[in-house]
Design a protein around this ligand. Structure first.
Ligand SMILES: [Zn+2]
Length: 90
């Protein structure tokens, strides 16, 4: 189900509907716990790992998603964040 982030109107799931017909605000997807449980686990990379939750069949892809994260040195030091080393991939 899709919900308007401003006026909370609801719309049935629709792969081409992105904004509220009443106020023009973006729509967000809200899933029930049962829908999430049916989706199973998310494996792989990119947006298609969430395919079970998407309102479309697998379509054309350019390999989007999985953008690498690079360290920016001092970007987190001012607010007191501690750098964490990892694979650098999301
Ligand atoms: Zn709205």
């Amino acid at each position: 189900m899709l919900y308007c982030i401003e006026c909370q109107r609801s719309y049935p799931s629709d792969p081409v509907l992105h904004t509220c017909a009443a106020c023009g605000a973006p729509l967000e997807v809200r899933l029930t716990p049962e829908e999430l449980a049916r989706a199973g686990t998310f494996e792989g990379r990119g947006v298609w790992r969430y395919q079970a939750l998407l309102p479309v069949e697998r379509g054309v892809t350019l390999g989007e998603g999985g953008t690498g994260l690079d360290s920016c040195g001092m970007s987190g030091s001012r607010p007191g964040l501690v750098p964490e080393c990892g694979s650098g991939r999301s």
